[in-house]
Structures are given as structure tokens and as C-alpha cells.
Design a protein around this ligand. Structure first.
Ligand code: ZN
Length: 237
């Protein structure tokens, strides 16, 4: 039986301990997991996702996201096509990424990453290329929280050398971010194998709320009951 994901710790210090413990648990079950490699792959995925969405081509991202999130992207793409205005993220640069939340469960692993970036969000009229909103050249800070899931027991793929050729047509791949081959339009494997993006949030108020010491104490107590129950059940099997 899967326990529900426990609430996110409220402050950075408490989160850090939880993140370290979560990483250790994931590594115990999957020794090939490497948090540095994971974060690098998240950054690649972030660039690929923004590029595909900016190009009005969410269909390139089928293998990146959960079915629900993929449907959201497809619906947004459709809405933009109908309105004739495409929303682009220009001058995109990642400034910082950090682990916010790591949970190793019996059914799935769950990691939330905070991504600080800068970009200019610009609306472009499809027919004319005219900018109808946003300020090109004026990148603004943006933060997104990506939550990624994988089923329990999924081993991390060994780090792959950077692919130089399209696996479908053998054409050389450019250096920039790309979810598809620009020659044959074949889908390229996503940087993060085995994981899917389950949700993307612009803010996590639940995560950044001030800590209530009584709430922390209550949570610890519940946790120890849960641990006790787990131990009891395991002992009884
Ligand atoms: Zn190709």
C-alpha cells in the first residue's frame, strides 16, 4: 500500500535534510542514480520543452510528460493556433536549479526541482510575425517548479554520451536544444529517460509558507506512528 506523499517541509533547512534523505533512499534502490546528472538532464528538458512550445509544436513532447500534462500543452497549442498568436519564450537562459523535494515511495519516485530562468515572453501574430504583446529584448526572471515521477524500481540509465546523430535517419544533430530531428522530424529520446514531467507550477505557496513549530511537531509525531506501523506490518509479513 502506498502512503500518500507527506506534506512538503516548510523551510529551506528542513527541506535540505529531507532532500538529502530522499536522495539517499533513491540511491539505495537505484545505485546508478546521480543527482548531478539528473539536474543536468532536467535543464536539457527545460530548454527542449520551452523551444517546442515556443515553436507551437507541443506534439514533439509526447514522451516528456504525463498524459494529463501533455494534453494541457496540446490544448494550449490548439488555443494559440485558433487565436493566430503564438507565445514564445525568447532569450531563454537558466540561472539556477535546485532540488526542492525528493520522495522515494513504494509505488513511485517523485522529485520537485525549482528552476530559475530569465526569458522574454512574447506573443507573435502567426501571419505577419508581428509582436502583439511582450517586450523582446527584455528578459524577466521566471521560476518554475517541475515535479517529475517515475514508477518505483525504474533503474537510472547509465549516462549516455551526447548523441551526434539522429537515431532515425542518421543526420547529424545540431548543438542547440531539440526534441525532434530537424531533417526527418523524428522524435529524439528525451534527456531524462524513465521519468515524466507530472506537473509544472509557477509558485509553490504550500512549499514556501512559514513554518509553524506545532505543525512540524505534529508531522514528526505522525511520521513516527507511520514508521512504527510500517515496522509492525513488515515484521508481521
Ligand atoms: Zn532524423
Amino acid at each position: 500500500m502506498e502512503r500518500p506523499t507527506p506534506p512538503l517541509p516548510g523551510d529551506a533547512a528542513e527541506r535540505e535534510a529531507q532532500v538529502r534523505a530522499g536522495i539517499a533512499e533513491i540511491k539505495a534502490a537505484d545505485p546508478a542514480f546521480d543527482a548531478e546528472v539528473f539536474m543536468e538532464q532536467v535543464r536539457s528538458e527545460f530548454l527542449n520543452v520551452k523551444q517546442a512550445l515556443s515553436a507551437g509544436a507541443p506534439e514533439q513532447l509526447r514522451t516528456y510528460a504525463s498524459p494529463d500534462l501533455f494534453q494541457t500543452w496540446m490544448a494550449e497549442g490548439e488555443r494559440q493556433r485558433e487565436s493566430g498568436v503564438r507565445v514564445e519564450s525568447r532569450e531563454l537562459e537558466i540561472e539556477d536549479t535546485r532540488l526542492m523535494w525528493v520522495f522515494h515511495g513504494t509505488a513511485q519516485d517523485e522529485i520537485t526541482v525549482g528552476i530559475d530562468a530569465a526569458c522574454a515572453v512574447v506573443g507573435v501574430r502567426e501571419e505577419t510575425g508581428q509582436v502583439v504583446f511582450g517586450q523582446p529584448g527584455h528578459a524577466q526572471p521566471v521560476t518554475e517548479y517541475w515535479t517529475l515521477l517515475r514508477p518505483a524500481g525504474t533503474p537510472s540509465a547509465p549516462p549516455r554520451p551526447v548523441a551526434l546523430q539522429c537515431p532515425h535517419c542518421g543526420a547529424p544533430l545540431g548543438r542547440g536544444p531539440a526534441a525532434i530531428c530537424q531533417y526527418c522530424s523524428g522524435l529524439l529520446p528525451p534527456p531524462l529517460e524513465g521519468w515524466e514531467i507530472a506537473r509544472i507550477d509557477q509558485s509553490l505557496q504550500w512549499l514556501e509558507r512559514p513554518v509553524d513549530p506545532a505543525e512540524v511537531a505534529r508531522r514528526r509525531e505522525e511520521q513516527s506512528w507511520d514508521d512504527g506501523l510500517d515496522a509492525f506490518l513488515r515484521g508481521g509479513l
